[in-house]
Design a binder for this molecule. Structure first.
Ligand code: AMP
Length: 282
C-alpha cells in the first residue's frame, strides 16, 4: 500500500490492529538507501506490519537552501522498497496533511539533550523533529518506532519526546549502516560525486582514530588530533567534533570510570553537510 492520505492509512492500520497485528513505524525523509532498509528489516524482526513514512519535514530545516536541495524521488523510493520490502506500507503525505494549520514547530523541553551539537548548530532543528514525529505517532499509533544510531542525538530526543507527550511507543535504536569504507549511508551522499564520496571517508577515519586513542589519551589530545586531520584536508569544513557522555550528551574533557562516551562529528564536503558518531569505550 502506498498512500498520501492519513485517513486511508488509519483505516488500513485499524484493520490490521483489530486482527491482532503489531505495527512498527520507520520515519524517513526519503531518498532511501541501505541504512533505511536495515531499519525496516529491524522493524520486521519485531513487528507484523511496518509503515515507512516518507516526508521531507520543512520545520526541521534551519536553512532554506538545505531544504530545497534535499533529494526527493518518490517513484525511485517506492521502487526501491518494492525490491527490498514489498510488503511495506508507505505513507508519503503532502505538507498540509501533516501541518493542517500552520507549517510551524511547537517547542519542547528536551533539556540538555539539545544544548550541543545538532541542537547548537541547527537552531530549532529538534523542535521541528519533535513536531513532525508527534504528529506521525498520533496518526500511525505504532507499537514500536525505529531510529538509526547514525542520528544518535535524535534517537535520544525521540525517547524523551514520547515521555513528554505520553505516547505509549517503544523507541528502538538500530546500528549505523556503513559502506565498505566505513562511510555512513545517508541521503545526502546522493549529492556527492565519486571523488567527494572518497573524501567523505575522512569522517569515519576521524571517528575510528578517536576510538583507538580513547583508552590511552586525554580527551583534549584526541580532539586536537582530529581537528588537525581536518585542517590538513582542504576539501572539508569541520563544524564540530565533540566527545560527550552518552547519558546526557554534554561535551566533556575529563574521563570518568564506568561512564560511556561517544564522539560526534559534523563536517561539510562540497557544501554537503554530513554527520556521524561512534561509541568510544564499549
Ligand atoms: P532520514 O531519512 O535521514 O531522516 O533518516 C530516517 C531514519 O533512518 C533515521 O532514524 C536515521 O537515523 C536512519 N538512518 C539514516 N541513515 C542511516 C544509516 N546509515 N544507518 C542506520 N540508520 C540510518
Amino acid at each position: 500500500m502506498v498512500t498520501k492520505s492519513k485517513s486511508a492509512l488509519k483505516k488500513q492500520l485499524d484493520l490490521y490492529k483489530n486482527e491482532g497485528n503489531t505495527i512498527g513505524l520507520v520515519p524517513t525523509m526519503g531518498a532511501l538507501h541501505q541504512g533505511h532498509i536495515s531499519l525496516i528489516n529491524h522493524a520486521y524482526s519485531y513487528c507484523d506490519k511496518v509503515v515507512v513514512s516518507i516526508f521531507v519535514n520543512p520545520t526541521q530545516f534551519n536553512n532554506i537552501a538545505d531544504l530545497e536541495k534535499y533529494p526527493r524521488d518518490l517513484s525511485n523510493d517506492t521502487q526501491f522498497l518494492k525490491e527490498h520490502n514489498p510488503e511495506t506500507i508507505v505513507f508519503c503525505p503532502e505538507v498540509n496533511e501533516i501541518y493542517t494549520d500552520k507549517v510551524e514547530s511547537e517547542s519542547f523541553d528536551f533539556g540538555n539533550l539539545v544544548r550541543h551539537m545538532e541542537g547548537e548548530f541547527r537552531a530549532g532543528h529538534f523542535d521541528g523533529v519533535g513536531s513532525v514525529l508527534k504528529r506521525l505517532f498520533e496518526i500511525v499509533k505504532p507499537h514500536k518506532a525505529f531510529f538509526g544510531e547514525k542520528d544518535f542525538q535524535q534517537l535520544m530526543v525521540v525517547k524523551r519526546l514520547v515521555e513528554l507527550t505520553q505516547q505509549d511507543i517503544d523507541i528502538i535504536g538500530c546500528p549505523t549502516s556503513r559502506n565498505e569504507f566505513g562511510l555512513a549511508q545517508s541521503s545526502r551522499n546522493f549529492r556527492l560525486n565519486k571523488a567527494q564520496l572518497k573524501q567523505a571517508e575522512l569522517i569515519y577515519k576521524a571517528l575510528t582514530t578517536a576510538k583507538v586513542m580513547f583508552l590511552e589519551h586525554s580527551i583534549p589530545h584526541i580532539i586536537s588530533t582530529v581537528e588537525h586531520m581536518f585542517k590538513e584536508d582542504s576539501n572539508f569544513d569541520l563544524e564540530y567534533f565533540s566527545i560527550v557522555k552518552e547519558k546526557d550528551l554534554i561535551p566533556t574533557t575529563q574521563k570518568q570510570s564506568k561512564e560511556k562516551y561517544r564522539a560526534f562529528i559534523a563536517a561539510s564536503v562540497a557544501e554537503v553537510r554530513l554527520i556521524d558518531n561512534m561509541a568510544l569505550n564499549y
